[in-house]
Structure formats: structure tokens, C-alpha cells
Design a binder for this molecule. Structure first.
Ligand code: ZN
Length: 162
């Protein structure tokens, strides 16, 4: 059987390291490879394109500027909420689901807690970052019917439904 080439609806497993442009490690697969369903936009489009048509053993170094990654930071997404609007004790670093001004539920990170105000940041944690990926393909297989129905792979870091 010919080696599988990465195409839509294949489950691809990769080992990766992600650094910022300054060389700081942002994320990696040290706790286990990442598996995703190709073509489901589970990974950055530029990375998905780079892996398309490749096979096990393929290695790629890919630099992704913010505009092709998680976007530029938007200062309008950083705002203060009166402390008494919280029914619990917020702590810096905590991520909350909050309603944005346009009525969408979105994650906001608590960046500062002062006596009378809490500062929230709705930017993606990787917004504004120039991302440097080093990726190695370690597995390619057909997705199961269940994985296709769910739109995600059922190996790697387990089965989450959310
Ligand atoms: Zn599932």
C-alpha cells in the first residue's frame, strides 16, 4: 500500500515546537503528539497548507506573521469592568467566558484586579505574535466516520467534547 499523503479527512499526527520570533518556546508536543483532522481548520491555515500532500517523516519550518496567525492585538478588547459586577473573586491570569459588546460569548483573560475595577483582555493569547513552527509529521491515517461526524481526532490528548 502506498504511503498516505495528507489530504482532507485524514487524521494527521504531528510533533511540533512553537516559538515566538525572539526564540521563546510558546508550545510544543512534549506531552504527546497533536492529532487533527486535515481540512477542518483545526490548525492555522498556513500550517495546514504547508502539510497538504506530505507524508510521514515530512519536516517543515514555518514562520507565520500575526496577520496569518491569530491577528494583531486590538486595544479595544482590553477594558475595565467594575469590581462589584463579579460575584466571585477574580484572579489575574484567569480566563472567563464573558459577553462581548456585540452579544457574543467569548473568552477574556483577567489581566489585573484592582480594588474597584477588573481589567479584562479579549485578545487571543497569541495575537500579535510572529509564530515560528517546527513540525514533523509522525502519522497519517483515514479518519473514522465518528471522527468525521465530530470534526476532530479521537487520539492524541483524548476525547474532549465542548
Ligand atoms: Zn468526538
Amino acid at each position: 500500500m502506498a504511503a498516505s499523503k495528507i489530504a482532507r479527512d485524514q487524521v494527521v499526527s504531528i510533533e511540533f515546537e512553537l516559538h515566538d520570533r525572539e526564540g521563546s518556546l510558546i508550545d510544543s508536543s512534549e506531552n504527546g503528539p497533536l492529532s487533527y483532522v486535515h481540512g477542518e481548520e483545526q490548525i492555522l491555515p498556513g500550517l495546514e497548507r504547508a502539510l497538504d500532500g506530505q507524508e510521514v517523516g515530512y519536516e517543515v519550518h514555518l514562520e507565520v506573521p500575526p496577520e496569518d496567525g491569530f491577528g494583531q492585538r486590538d486595544d479595544r478588547l482590553v477594558f475595565q469592568v467594575p469590581r462589584d459586577r463579579f460575584e466571585f473573586e477574580p484572579t489575574a491570569g484567569q480566563v472567563l467566558q464573558a459577553e462581548s459588546p456585540d452579544g457574543m460569548s467569548a473568552p477574556f483573560q483577567v489581566v489585573k484586579v484592582a480594588e474597584d475595577a477588573v481589567t479584562l483582555d479579549g485578545n487571543h493569547p497569541m495575537a500579535g505574535k510572529h509564530l515560528v513552527f517546527d513540525v514533523k509529521v509522525i502519522g497519517v491515517r483515514d479518519a473514522t466516520a465518528e471522527e468525521l461526524a465530530h470534526g476532530h481526532a479521537h487520539d492524541g490528548d483524548g476525547h474532549h467534547h465542548n
